[in-house]
Each structure stands twice: as C-alpha cells, then as structure tokens.
Design a protein around this ligand. Structure first.
Ligand SMILES: [Zn+2]
Length: 269
C-alpha cells in the first residue's frame, strides 16, 4: 500500500478518535500508522516479516552482494572476485539476465549465488501482490532460460529494500526469503574507488552483508567500474581481518552445516 494511504488512514482515524475524546487511542493509532510508513522504507525493518540480514557474529565470514546486474561492469567484478578467490551473491534483474545471459552462466560456473532483485527495478512498495509475483516469475524465467532453474536461489531483495505487506506476502508465497544488507557504501553515487574501498573496510566484520552494485537499476548500461576497481582492496581488508568472503546462503547456513562440512561452510539452503 502506498505510504500516503497509510498516513492518510492514520490521520483520518486519529482525527475521528480525537473528536470522540479518545486522545490516547488516537495517539496509538497515529504512531502505528507512522511506524508502518517508516518500515516500508527501512530495508531491515522486521515489521512486515523476517528479513535476512547480518550473519552470525561468531563466524568469521562476510557476504559481498551486488545488485542491479548483470551489466557492462559485471565481467570486471567477476574477474576481481576470481583473482581473490571470493564468492558473492548477485541480486539480478530479470531484464538484465535476458540481455546478458552468458554473464549469469559465468556467475554460476564461478560459484556465485544468483538471487532475485525483480524484473525491471520498479519500486514494489506501491504495487499489489500480483505485480510483485509477476516480477519474481519473469526473473525466474529469465534465469531458467539462461542457466537452468536450479541456479535460482529463493532469495529476494526488493529494489531499494522498499517493501509493503503485498511485497512480503507475494515473495513468501513464491517461496522466497527477503534479504536486506547491513552496510551500504553508496558506490552507485560514484565517489571514487578509494572511497568505496575505505567505506567498505570500515564496514567489514563477522556477519557483515555489504551492498554493492555491478550495474545501475535505472541506467542499465552504465558502468560500475569504480566498484570493480575497489574490489581488490575490499577483499584484502577482509583477508587481513581473517574474514572469508562467502555467499548469502553460506553466511546464513545453519551452524551444523559448518561442522558437517569439515570446517568449511557449505552451500547452505
Ligand atoms: Zn537495485
């Protein structure tokens, strides 16, 4: 539902309650409406259901995540990750998968996780469940055509993390868990590779989920070369702190998976 609707309903009900001399109830309702509004635009808010964010603090792993691709800078990102022996999670757009299927095949071949970012990066918080389901299904179809259905993990990150009840409901009905992040470094504002690397280094710690971009959700063919250039430094910072670079599923694998697989966190769920 649109935030203006929540705000409007909250204001109308509160005004009615005040008119009926029930100020406490009016205040409670106004706070509830404000909370719902804020939660829709707070990527880590649990109000509309559990969100997959930080991994366990006791395990020395971090997840690099890349949104909006694949695009022209994705090969450079994949090259950098391969040089560092790092695995990452790519929240792909179905529209971009259709344009660059070979890059999705390369992601899978090199051990990265494919997750959904919707089809065309349209903001979903304003849209109904049918539209959200359509975005998820079209992205699944694109990945299936590119590399096979089994490559698509059941992890979904809404564009900008904006979610409403219909977004969460449709994702859950589709078998998806909703993913967020712990730190964004605003690489999409192109502050320079050194700044991206410095902000990322500050963010890295056990359980960090770092939000980066290998493409641009609004200008699909735009370069993200600064992000690619920052990756060697980001990976070095992680290594210096003894942090393994793993996929989201590996980061959130149940503790038993760590022991069962001989000390190396496995493919997870
Ligand atoms: Zn995005």
């Amino acid at each position: 539902m649109h935030r203006a609707v929540w705000t409007g309903v909250g204001a109308a009900v509160s005004a009615t309650l005040i008119a009926r001399r029930q100020p406490a109830a009016a205040a409670a309702f106004a706070i509830g409406a404000a909370l719902a509004t804020a939660s829709a635009f707070a990527p880590r808010s649990p109000l509309f259901g559990r969100v997959l964010g930080r991994g366990p603090r006791g395990v020395p792993c971090v997840a690099l995540t890349f949104d909006d691709g694949p695009g022209p800078s994705t090969p450079d990102v994949l090259d950098a990750l391969a040089r560092e022996g790092a695995r990452a999670t790519f929240f792909v757009l179905g529209r971009q998968v259709e344009r660059h299927p070979a890059l999705v095949r390369r992601m899978v071949a090199e051990g990265h996780q494919i997750a959904s970012h919707g089809y065309d990066h349209g903001i979903l918080v304003f849209r109904g469940a049918r539209h959200v389901r359509d975005q998820l299904t079209r992205t699944e179809d694109a990945v299936r055509a590119a590399v096979g259905a089994e490559a698509m993990s059941r992890l979904f990150r809404a564009p900008h993390g904006f979610r409403g009840p219909a977004t969460v409901w449709a994702a859950r009905r589709g078998g998806y868990r909703t993913a967020a992040w712990t730190h964004g470094v605003f690489d999409s504002a192109e502050p320079g590779a050194a700044v991206i690397a410095r902000r990322s280094a500050r963010a890295l710690g056990p359980g960090t989920v770092l939000l980066l971009h290998d493409a641009d959700g609004w200008a699909p063919e735009r370069s993200r070369h600064q992000t690619a250039e920052a990756l060697p430094d980001i990976c070095r910072s992680a290594r210096e702190r003894g942090l393994a670079l793993v996929t989201m599923d590996e980061l959130h694998a149940p503790p038993g998976a760590y022991r069962r697989r001989g000390g190396r966190r496995g493919a997870g769920t």
